[in-house]
Design a protein around this ligand. Structure first.
Ligand code: SAH
Length: 257
């Protein structure tokens, strides 16, 4: 890659960070769904150690902290998200037991068997579901749990347009039974699986982006990369509305064997 391309890439990257810092969630989800997933996890105490990987600005982490005991470490690659995360924790007076740190999910700063629970909403795709499940397992105590959301096919057959979109965006997408089998193979007993309701996309993810898109385009008027980025976001929303019978996010909860 030439330096020129690199700098354009980095520029886009900053734009993406700026855009997603302006909304509460960086992926589909909702407080109700986080609480529902948490209902499948037993035995947490004030001594429990929890990690939220790819935590973003911490929308789901704060819900987790308000509904579970223990200390939570949020890890995200982007310092701007982590700053926002720590500001959110302080605003909710959770800073004594909720801390965000910058780091990568492919080299996590935890000890073996240190964690009681690993959480990750809308983020494991960054290293892939199978790889994330198998590499993160060693940080869990025996009997510890993992709860992650992952985009999944609902049906065996799909229209070409949506099949092609996901083949490009995330070739690791698969059906729910295939993902459950991957979880078992990675060393977990599959405890629960449920589909996130549509409002996790529409109300909690896409709706707040409408105003954010307007503001972003206004601020970056004339910037080609910014315009293309917003067009892509809007295209993704339209595809969701058209093809939501075929795919969505699924919570996968497992217990380390
Ligand atoms: N859990 C949040 C954010 C999901 S978006 C929510 O549900 O709202 C995916 C997140 O993964 C982003 O915040 C992105 O910065 C983070 N991410 C991407 N690659 C990463 C990596 N290698 N290590 C850690 N975090 C990463």
């Amino acid at each position: 890659m030439s330096d020129e391309n690199k700098s354009i890439h980095e520029f886009d990257f900053n734009l993406i960070c700026e855009y997603f810092s302006s909304v509460e969630r960086q992926g589909p989800g909702s407080p109700e769904v986080t609480i529902k997933a948490l209902s499948f996890i037993d035995g947490l105490t004030e001594k429990s150690r929890i990690a939220d990987i790819g935590c973003g600005t911490g929308g789901q982490t704060m819900v987790l902290a308000q509904n579970a005991p223990g200390r939570i470490t949020g890890v995200d690659l982007f310092p701007a998200f982590v700053d926002r995360f720590n500001a959110n924790a302080a605003r909710l007076n959770l800073q004594d037991r909720v801390k965000g740190i910058t780091g990568s999910m492919d080299s996590l700063p935890f000890q073996d068997a240190e964690l009681d629970l690993i959480w990750s909403e809308g983020a494991i795709y960054n290293i892939g579901f199978e790889r994330g499940l198998s590499e993160w397992g060693r940080f869990l105590k025996p009997g510890g749990c993992i709860a992650v959301t992952e985009v999944s096919w609902f049906t065996d057959e799909r229209p070409d347009e949506i099949q092609a979109f996901w083949r490009d965006a995330y070739p690791g997408i698969n059906t729910i039974p295939a993902k459950v089998a991957q979880m078992q193979k990675a060393g977990y007993v599959p405890v629960a699986t449920f589909i996130l309701p549509e409002n996790c996309w529409t109300e909690h993810f896409y709706a707040p982006q409408v105003a954010a898109q307007e503001a972003f385009l206004k601020k970056h008027a004339g910037n080609k990369a910014a315009g293309e980025f917003i067009s892509n976001q809007r295209h993704e929303t339209q595809l969701y509305n058209k093809y939501k019978a075929y795919y969505g996010y699924v919570f996968y909860i497992g217990k380390k064997t």
